[in-house]
Design a protein around this ligand. Structure first.
Ligand SMILES: *[C@@H]1O[C@H](CO)[C@@H](O)[C@H](O)[C@H]1NC(C)=O
Ligand SMILES: *[C@@H]1O[C@H](CO)[C@@H](O)[C@H](O)[C@H]1NC(C)=O
Ligand SMILES: *[C@@H]1O[C@H](CO)[C@@H](O)[C@H](O)[C@H]1NC(C)=O
Ligand SMILES: *[C@@H]1O[C@H](CO)[C@@H](O)[C@H](O)[C@H]1NC(C)=O
Length: 409
């Protein structure tokens, strides 16, 4: 009988001790959190033009750090937010690379990445497809990429799978913007509809798609019709000589790395991934984008796109959201047993101001399960599902962002 209160007392002391430790850590953490806003180099937009730019060695916090958040948006030369109905941010991608400066000095126009070694995210598409560390597009302003404490993307270290001679960590922006001022059909231009860019189906005869296979001759739209300096149809008589300078404004939140930070792995599950197997080894075939054309529309209001993706390495789900294009209804991630792991909903704009542009999907919600409450097993086969309005629509994306940790604090 005497035993019980003592045990209680003991555990109470432990609880008290633990909570004071937790409090101390959080206090310490909140003191450490740093935030900085940067502006990328400027690039030029012109009515109807597609601008695709690669900016190497962007400003980025240095040292061994953990990134908590990355948010970006498009601004004009006076640093004012640009509305999507004038400058449509198709995407920005942030890629991590390691450079050997001696080697990269010999790089030239035709081989700008000579001397640079790209380090992709943790998966799961093939090769360098969807390999970015952060990225969004039309949905950038109201989609959060913030990780809860103490989970971070660890950077400023030399990963084991990067050869030693590539010794300097740097970051690249790949940005694609479609300037829709004065165009006949803004929606067609932002969807990269081939006929709006004067690209004919014969032009695809000898081209290979992202999966390395010959392209289909009924390709109606997407990134292959929106290449550098492609021109979308303008209204008759519209003055196209209205250059405008833009840049990407980005805000990074980070902490210095210490033993209290928990590293996170970042996976992109692409709804276009048609997984095949070599024995038990999955082979990913991500196409990055898909279309709903008059030939493949479903019956009814919704177009449902689904795929099954095996996760070689599992972990605890810490955060999840999705990158989408306009017309999205919702997106859901399911576990192998059919349980919903995360369901995300779009926010559509209703006004004029940047971040609330009418008719555009300006953001997606996200899921923050209690750490430890959702565990994905090694080898578990997840299902991703993107439901879209059932309308002719090209160049759609359905990328589920999945942040996992293999350890819990
Ligand atoms: C520079 O470009 C040429 C092709 O124009 C290529 O043959 C050469 O290897 C490149 N230089 C380097 C250092 O890669
Ligand atoms: C960079 O590459 C050159 C040529 O391969 C090599 O000699 C040099 O040691 C490398 N630099 C580092 C820091 O490893
Ligand atoms: C399948 O796996 C085997 C054993 O790892 C390998 O030798 C072979 O090249 C693979 N085949 C393909 C098509 O990838
Ligand atoms: C997604 O939208 C479809 C169509 O409206 C609906 O039936 C489904 O319940 C929604 N899913 C979630 C998770 O909200």
């Amino acid at each position: 009988m005497k035993f019980i209160p003592e045990v209680l007392l003991l555990s109470l002391t432990i609880i008290l001790l633990q909570s004071s430790i937790i409090f101390a850590r959080q206090y310490e953490n909140s003191n450490h959190i740093k935030t900085a806003t940067f502006y990328s180099e400027q690039f030029v937009l012109e009515p109807g033009k597609v601008t695709i730019t690669d900016l190497f060695d962007i400003e980025f916090p240095r040292g061994h750090i953990g990134i908590k958040n990355f948010q970006a948006e498009l601004v004009d030369e006076h640093r004012n937010s640009l509305p999507l109905y004038e400058a449509y941010l198709h995407h920005y991608f942030v890629l991590r690379y390691f450079e050997n400066v001696t080697m990269s000095r010999q790089a030239n126009q035709s081989q700008p990445i000579y001397g640079k070694y790209f380090r992709r995210n943790d998966g799961v598409c093939q090769g360098s497809v969807n390999s970015y560390s952060w990225g969004l597009g039309v949905d950038a302003r109201k989609t959060s990429l913030e990780l809860p404490d103490p989970f971070r993307i660890e950077v400023g270290t030399h990963p084991e799978n990067v050869p030693k001679e590539y010794n300097e960590e740097k970051w690249l922006f790949n940005i694609m913007v479609i300037d829709t001022r004065g165009t006949e059909d803004k929606k067609g231009c932002t969807e990269c509809r081939c006929d709006h860019y004067n690209v004919k189906s014969e032009d695809f005869v000898s081209k290979t798609g992202i999966d390395g296979k010959p392209m289909s001759s009924d390709y109606k739209g997407g990134i292959f019709c929106c290449e550098k300096t492609s021109q979308c149809k303008l209204q008759k008589g519209y003055n196209n000589r209205q250059e405008r300078k833009a840049s990407l404004k980005y805000t990074i939140t980070w902490v210095d790395w210490d033993q209290y930070q928990v590293p996170i792995k970042f996976y992109i599950l692409d709804v276009t991934d048609q997984v095949t197997y070599n024995g038990s080894e999955p082979i990913h075939n991500c196409m990055v984008e898909y279309s709903i054309t008059p030939q493949n529309t479903d019956i009814g209001h919704y177009h449902i796109k689904r795929t099954k993706i095996p996760m070689k390495k599992g972990g605890n789900l810490i955060y999840s959201t999705a990158h989408v294009h306009p017309g999205i209804v919702n997106a859901t991630l399911y576990g192998e047993n059919g349980k919903v792991l995360c369901a995300v909903q779009p926010t559509y704009g209703t006004g004029e101001e940047p971040g609330n542009e009418k008719g555009y999907v300006v953001g997606m919600s996200g899921c923050y399960p209690k750490p430890g409450s959702i565990k994905i097993q090694d080898g578990e086969i997840l299902t991703v599902e993107f439901i879209h309005e059932n309308k002719y629509n090209t160049g759609l994306m359905g990328h589920f962002y999945v942040y996992l940790t293999e350890e819990l604090p």
